[in-house]
Design a protein around this ligand. Structure first.
Ligand SMILES: Nc1ncnc2c1ncn2[C@@H]1O[C@H](COP(=O)(O)OP(=O)(O)OP(=O)(O)O)[C@@H](O)[C@H]1O
Ligand SMILES: [Mg+2]
Length: 307
């Protein structure tokens, strides 16, 4: 079993009367990619910035790499890397100069050329930061977060505002970090990103973690199971489903039938093949993290990619 590198118990943060984080528990193992998924204002940045020693907690216990956050801040800062939300670097320094600037703040550091290669910016090495696209700027940010060869890297919304192609390029860099056995804490609005990249996910809303586990575990525990969508059913098909006792809803003229177990689909197909029943087409849909989020909070996450 890998060692625990982040151990948070009962974390609370109040900003005056505003209860931004209300009792968060979190345990992360070395080498995991752990995502905190939640809408605006959920408390993601507050939570991670306390772990990064950038904000002070109101109460609770936080241990990073075995060190108590109240006593070991100096050493924690040396051994972690941070890409803050809305990261920015110096506009009129090149990619290499920016990396060197931040690298020189640490005793131990990786060479700029090694990092430029890791984030695939070789052809932009001598280009001013101001002249890079949003996705390339984020890759510079990830390179800077790795400059002290950290054991844990915190990436706060590294892909917000990027187009799907640029987002996938950042995903590739994160997957490479995982391949090097780095621990990565990622915050995001995008459920697809969390599903693709993470070993485990916490869904955060209103300052609390409302579900935690692997994406599969969360979907199995809180999802509605599978649904079969029957398009353009005639009256006989609808009546057949109604009389069968299967749970269903009619949405935009489609019959959405809940599949309770592995025999439900065969049963449905049989009854739709009988008598006068007819329909257009049929498709089976599983639950997603987005469905779980909607069910638990009544809110939608950010817009889906590409929409
Ligand atoms: N320095 C601060 N002073 C007062 N209130 C704050 C401060 N920072 C955050 N808040 C409030 O705390 C709550 C949580 O904010 P936080 O930035 O942690 O959320 P978030 O999940 O990171 O949101 P986003 O997805 O928009 O980045 C919000 O209501 C926010 O307005
Ligand atoms: Mg935030």
């Amino acid at each position: 079993m890998s060692e625990t590198v982040i151990d948070v118990k009962g974390l609370v943060k109040n900003y005056g009367d505003l209860h931004a984080v209300q009792g968060v528990d979190l345990e992360v193992k070395a080498g995991e990619v752990y995502s905190i998924l939640g809408p605006n204002g959920a408390g993601k940045t507050t939570t991670v910035e306390i772990m990064e020693c950038l904000r002070l907690k109101t109460s609770g216990e936080v241990r990073i790499l075995g060190l108590d956050i109240d006593k070991g801040q100096k050493e924690i800062r040396r051994r972690i890397g941070v890409l803050p939300q809305a990261f920015n670097a110096f506009d009129y320094l090149t990619v290499k100069e920016n990396i060197d600037y931040f690298g020189d703040l640490f005793d131990k550091r990786i060479s700029a050329d090694g990092l430029i290669k890791a984030v695939q910016l070789e052809d932009k090495r001598n280009v001013w930061f101001v002249n890079l696209s949003g996705g390339l700027k984020q890759r510079v940010g990830v390179a800077i977060s790795m400059v002290n060869d950290p054991e844990i890297i915190f990436l706060d919304e590294p892909t917000t505002g990027l187009d799907p192609k640029a987002r996938r390029e950042v995903w590739k860099v994160i997957q490479d970090l995982k391949a090097q056995n780095k621990t990565v804490i990622l915050t995001t609005h995008y459920m697809e990103e969390a599903e693709v990249l993470s070993d485990r996910v916490a869904i955060m809303d209103g300052g609390r973690f409302i579900a935690m586990g692997t994406p599969r575990q969360i979907i199995d525990q809180y999802g509605a199971g599978s649904i079969c969508v029957v398009k353009a059913p005639n009256d006989a098909a609808t009546k057949g489903v109604k009389d069968s006792g299967m749970q269903y809803e009619i949405t935009n003229g489609d019959l959405c039938v809940k599949l309770d177990d592995n025999r439900s689909l065969a049963k449905l197909v049989n009854l739709l093949s009988a008598g006068e029943a007819s329909y257009g087409e049929m498709l089976v849909k599983g639950s997603t993290l987005e469905d779980v989020f909607l069910k638990l909070t009544g809110k939608k996450l950010a817009e889906r990619e590409g929409q």
